[in-house]
Each structure stands twice: as structure tokens, then as C-alpha cells.
Design a protein around this ligand. Sequence first.
Ligand code: RIB
Length: 301
Amino acid sequence: MNDFIDVVVVGSINQDYLIKTKSIPGPGETTTGAILDLQPGGKGANQAVAAASLGARVSMIGAVGGDFIGDMLIESLNKSNIDTTRVKKLKSSTSGSAFVTITPDGENSIIVASGANWGIEISHIEQAKQTIALAKVLLLQMELPISIVEYAISQAGINTLVVLNLAPAGKINLETLKRVNVLVLNEHEASFLAKKPISDLPSAKQVGQKLLDLGMENIIITLGQLGALMLGEENLYVPAPRVQVLDTTGAGDCFVGVLASRLSQGVTLSKALHQATKAASLSVQILGAQASFPTLDQIDN
Ligand code: RIB
């Protein structure tokens, strides 16, 4: 199995409860008329699905609860051709849940009850050591305990490209960040890490430069409808195509999964950046996360 892995994802697996609402209620207020949709999610699982949609051989390392939702989440990853042999079922936990409210402008806000994602232990990662060391790309996010993220990165092989999506933003050891080959952040996460605000493209460039000066190799800052900015081996700004935004849930995951998938398939960072930007712009036109991810043909046409 190990010889065949392009992308190994160490990350979260959630059940998403998507609530389309006209407005977000204030404290003590109740709104009716919202529409509920249930979809598989979690930043880790979403990125795994986005990578697999482009034909990469993907293995998922993570955890679900001992409930029936956990079985459904594993089944849904299997249907996307993702290897789930390293997904643990933690009997005494509930599966991770995300409550996503989506307003008419397509913006979302998310509350996550981490459940089993928070129960994953170093020993789980140890059991997958070989898979991590031999993968072409190790892809991680920040919805697992930070000790797990840092330990997994320390297990990357000499030829393994490490891609970290610092979402949601959290504290992380600088030495760990220096082992990351491509750090992907949105403007809020980049501001958090650099302790410097971003309001436009020039300020995003300054923040990116500050992060590079700390010793990081490649920084990609996603800027929503403005597109994406890369600093490092190559400096490049890719504007996003103008599209009708329906739902931004998982657009960042689509971007990161496509980027990791293309890098594992040997394309250059700049080409991967163009394809990831296009993929994210396609995904915001469809409701939900995984259901909105495009194939390579859709990206290239
Ligand atoms: O990035 C979107 C994801 O964040 C959702 O699928 C939700 O599960 C949360 O983890």
C-alpha cells in the first residue's frame, strides 16, 4: 500500500450540518425558515476528497466516533476512493460535528464540536509512520491537537513534501513550520501568524515576506475573491475568476486539496497554484464542501 500513496492526509473528519438562513440571529433571538442539509465534512476529509477527485492516491489518517455517523463518514471516504485503513473508530467518542450557517451572500460561519478528532493519539500516528514517510505529499490542517500535527510533520520522509494549511489559525512551533515546504493560509490566518493585518494585496505581500523572513520556504495566502498570492521559490499573484458565489464552505479545502494533489503528480508550484485557484472558484458556485469539488477536466476547461 505504502508505495502507492501520493497524498497522506492527517486531519479531521466531521459531519457537517449546513443551515441556509436569511440572517444570523442575535443573542436571545430565534429565526425560522432556514433549510438544513447534511454533508460529510471536516477540513482533513474535505482536502482528501479534493485531492482524490483529481486522481491522486490518497490515504486518510484520523478518527471518527463509535456512532453510526462515524460509519457513514468512513463509507463516504471509501466512495471517494480514499484509503481509510488508518481511520480509527473511537468507541467512547462521538464523531466530529460542524454547524455551518450560510447567509445569502454565500459567506459562512462554523462552530465545530471536535469529538473523536480530539481523541487521536501519538500512538495512532506511530502506527502510520511508514505511510507518512513514504508518501509524496503529507497534508495537514489544524483541526487535530497541535501535538499530533507537530508529531506527524516530524515523521515526514526526506522526499516527502509537507503542505500545512494553518486552518483554523493556532499556535505552532517555529521549528515545525520550518519543516513545512508549502504553508497555505487565508488572510486572517496569515495576519494571526505574522501579527500584522492584511487589508489589500500590498499588505498581504508584506505579511508573506515577514513569514518568509522567519525561515519558511513557500507561503501561499488565499485572499477570497481577490485570488491567491505565493511568495518563496517563486513570487506569483493569481487573481480569482469572477463568479456568482453561492456558498464558500470548503472552498479553502478545495484549494489546498487540489494544490497537494497536483504537487504529488509532479506539476510545478505555479501551475498547481493556478489550478487550485480555478478549482476554488468553481466550488463556491455549489452548496456544501465535498459535493462542490471539481475534477481535473472541469478545472482545465
Ligand atoms: O473548511 C470547511 C470545514 O470546516 C467544514 O467541512 C467543517 O467540517 C469544518 O471543519
